[in-house]
Design a protein around this ligand. Structure first.
Ligand code: KG4
Ligand code: ZN
Length: 343
């Protein structure tokens, strides 16, 4: 894997984290992530609040990342920013900032697909990862199985047909009165509880399908909570068992389909990345399943699972090393399929 030799600044603003980092030769020199507390009362991300917060936070976040890295603008090989997919207003803040900074300083600019950034984030923790690989990219907005015969040559093998995996964790967490974002809450209370307390449905879809569906699982949890008299009637033990049973059902399907995709694609390596890759049960079970079937398993360390600037800087560094830059007319695109994942 080749990286641009000099430092690259990466900017990530696709959802509700304002993040910037500087990466040089595959290593992180500095990274800053500012979360946005204004969404907490709403138990979900409010797009307009997110873009306003990015506009307020981004300049100081970038300044701190450069200062921590000991870099000035003139030291950089280029500026990378997420241009898709994500919330349109949020994307526009980071993308416009990156274009403006690159234009003003005469630096190369490269737009990055957020899913590619999550995929290559594994190299920050495990630089030896090589294709052929299959990656499960699971976050609050996406659940994709991606095959790569080579870096930058990506095929989407399966996607969610409704809720993303992280979205299911978030919604179930709200149903159980645990708050947002839900993944860490569910994981915490599920620890030590009974994952077989309730046999929630596993949506396998058609026999060969590598797609996912999590909306039925979420509804099943809602129905079970209602059957027991609502969240207020649950004991802490009930709530923990429901969380553990939900997590088990979600992880079962994620692991099973990822391993089937890896076998069918002829992958040597299984990669797990994205915010949901922070889930301890998913990490443990996908690692064990990969080992049993002879795949190498790779997952980013926890600080690179959620949205961060380092993964964008690294993806930018890889694109720049191939001589790729983007036009200043590159648009922000909210959807996945209309974008340049794999170009
Ligand atoms: O990648 P990310 O930071 O942002 C998006 O691109 O969406 O992912 C955020 C998602 C949220 O849905 C959050 O609940 C989930 O990742 N998440 C987890 C865990 N930590 C974060 N899901 C399950 N278990 C976790 N430990
Ligand atoms: Zn993400």
């Amino acid at each position: 894997m080749r990286f641009s030799p000099g430092p690259v600044l990466g900017i990530e603003t696709s959802c509700d984290d304002t993040a910037a980092a500087v990466v040089r030769d595959g290593r992180v020199l500095a990274g800053v992530v500012a979360g946005q507390e204004e969404h907490l009362p709403y138990e979900g991300v409010v797009p307009e609040l997110a873009s306003r917060a990015h506009a307020r936070l981004l300049a100081p976040v970038v300044r701190k990342a450069l200062a921590d890295a000991g870099c000035s603008w003139g030291d950089l090989d280029g500026v990378a920013a997420t241009h898709a997919p994500g919330l349109i207003g949020s994307l526009l803040v980071g993308l416009s900032f990156a274009k403006g900074a690159a234009a003003a300083r005469g630096l190369p600019f490269v737009g990055i697909n957020h899913l590619e950034a999550h995929l290559v984030s594994v190299l920050l923790s495990d630089p030896g990862v090589e294709p052929p690989l299959v990656a499960l990219l699971a976050s609050g907005g996406h659940t994709e199985l991606v095959g790569a015969k080579r870096w930058h040559d990506y095929t989407i093998l399966g996607s969610t047909r409704d809720d993303a995996a992280g979205e299911a964790f978030d919604k179930v967490s709200v149903l159980l009165g645990l708050g947002y974002p839900g993944g860490p809450h569910i994981q915490r209370i599920a620890e030590g509880a009974n994952p077989e307390a309730v046999a929630f449905p596993r949506a396998r879809l058609e026999p060969e399908s590598l797609d996912f569906s999590f909306s039925g699982l979420k509804t099943a949890v809602r129905n079970e909570v209602a059957r027991r008299g609502g969240n207020g009637a649950l004991t802490p033990g009930d709530r923990a068992d429901l969380a553990a049973s939900f997590q088990e059902a979600a992880v079962d399907v994620l692991v099973e389909k990822t391993l089937r995709a890896a076998a069918g694609f002829g992958a040597a390596t299984v990669v797990l990345a994205g915010g949901v890759a922070a889930n301890a049960s998913l990490r443990r079970r996908l690692e064990a399943g990969s080992r049993d079937r002879g795949f190498r398993f790779a997952v980013p360390e926890l600080r690179f699972c959620g949205d961060n600037g380092a993964m964008v800087a690294l993806a930018g560094s890889m694109r720049l090393a191939r001589g790729e830059t983007s036009s200043f007319t590159l648009p922000a695109v909210p959807t996945l399929l209309a974008t340049s994942f794999g170009r």
